[in-house]
Design a protein around this ligand. Structure first.
Ligand code: CP3
Length: 372
């Protein structure tokens, strides 16, 4: 099922993700299509969030908004969707409540819960079939992009999805997810493995549809202890990075760079930079709590690309504050000496109320300060 997409005019991020030397560091921003953009609200109108995700025309329009607004300054698009489409595909109901965030009316309660059994019994291929609308959005977006920049596909990491599936939404205390972790460790491992299998198939289908890189968002990795990360999260992350390449090969598809964003897991940076431990991630996303120079030291001479990591909050600040943050990154990631090993991003998603012009200034500063 080959697609006839336009040749790439800008493939900087793909070359950088493979560890190649590049003319400037590629830039993209997590959540670059979203609530801080007035055109997002305009295009979304009064529609429900998941309804927008399910409509390839709307999803591709939203995906392209930052690419059009920041043309020439931004080097990748990320498909407009959400990590919570996997729980939906596994049969759970997820709603997006305006100004509040995601809500599961009936989260997973315990392994004796009938819903746990039905999630575990859901056929993986059947689950990913239900996400056909994502693949259609990806293909449509690739066509609309006409080779301007590569398109990133994504999924939520098993641990982060398990948190949402058990908590039923965002949380500060992690009461339910920690209960699962420490009271039902075997059922938790089985569920993480089930989600990992769905992730592999889901990412493979996104690549088949036209995604050119993939990112696994482990937004709640920082809630784990180093031991629970090693025993629970890491095996499911390694399962994804070891099996996606195999699945792509089976489907006769080209390999794509894989990015892991283990937010808050500073304690595991050395581990996730190790291919023996985490499988084959090419790029590790850093949140803003890493000092770039320290992260570079931890990576050492391993051929892993680091992505990040400005504090998203700096975009509420002055131009001077943005300039200083960019300078620290450019120096810390050793751009002038290496010209490789770095993809620019924020340390987490861009937040609402940021002025689009502040992001523009950040992007321009990166271009200015990395000119060779
Ligand atoms: O531009 C992009 O990055 C692509 C789109 C994207 C969205 N969600 C759109 C979205 C991506 C990559 C995600 C991933 C996602 N979703 C994550 C991982 C990244 C992270 O932030 O840690 C998580 C944890 C979610 C779950 C989720 N979705 C939450 C907690 C919320 C509410 C908070 C918020 O930011 O609004 C969402 C809603 C959501 N996902 C919106 C968007 C644009 C806002 C919906 C709206 O109110 O219009």
């Amino acid at each position: 099922m080959g697609h006839d997409f336009a040749p790439m005019k800008n493939d900087l991020i793909i070359r950088a993700a493979k560890g190649e030397k590049v003319e400037r560091p590629p830039i993209w921003v997590m959540r670059q299509a979203g609530r801080y953009l007035p055109e997002y609200h305009e295009a979304k109108g009064g529609r429900d969030f998941f309804e927008c995700c399910r409509d390839p025309e709307v999803s591709s329009t939203l995906t392209l908004q930052p690419i059009e607004r920041f043309a020439g300054l931004i080097d990748a698009a990320i498909i407009f969707s959400d990590i919570l489409v996997i729980p939906q595909a596994l049969g759970m109901v997820v709603e997006m409540i305006d100004k509040k965030g995601p809500h599961f009316p009936t989260p997973l309660v315990s392994p004796d819960d009938g819903q746990y059994a039905s999630v575990m019994a859901k056929d993986t291929l059947e689950a990913v079939e239900e996400l056909e609308y994502v693949y259609r959005a990806i293909t449509m977006t690739r066509k609309k992009l006409q080779g301007r920049v590569p398109l990133i596909g994504f999924c939520g990491a098993p641990w982060t999805l398990l948190c949402y599936m058990t908590e039923g939404g965002g949380t500060k205390l992690f009461v339910q997810s920690k209960t699962w972790l420490y009271k039902y460790p075997e059922a938790t491992k089985a569920l993480l493995q089930k989600i990992a299998e769905v992730c592999v198939e889901y990412l493979a289908r996104q690549v088949q549809a036209g995604a050119q890189l993939v990112q696994v968002f482990d937004s709640w990795a920082g809630e784990m202890s180093p031991t629970s990360f090693r025993d629970f999260a890491l095996p499911s992350l390694a399962y994804i990075s070891e099996n996606l390449p195999k699945r792509l090969a089976e489907l006769g598809l080209e390999q794509v760079p894989m990015i892991l964003f283990p937010k808050g897991a500073w304690y595991a940076l050395d581990t996730v930079c190790s291919r023996e431990a985490s499988g084959g991630y090419d790029v590790i996303g850093l949140d803003w709590q890493h000092a770039p120079a320290e992260a570079v030291k931890t990576r050492g001479d391993r051929k892993i690309v680091l992505q990040g990591n400005a504090d998203p909050g700096v975009l509420y600040g002055t131009k001077e504050a943005i300039t200083a943050t960019v300078k620290e990154m450019v120096e810390g990631f050793g751009w002038a000496e290496r010209q490789s090993g770095w993809i620019v991003n924020l340390g987490h998603g861009i937040t609402p109320f940021v002025k689009p012009d502040s992001l523009k200034f950040f992007l321009e500063e990166i271009h200015r300060q990395t000119k060779l």
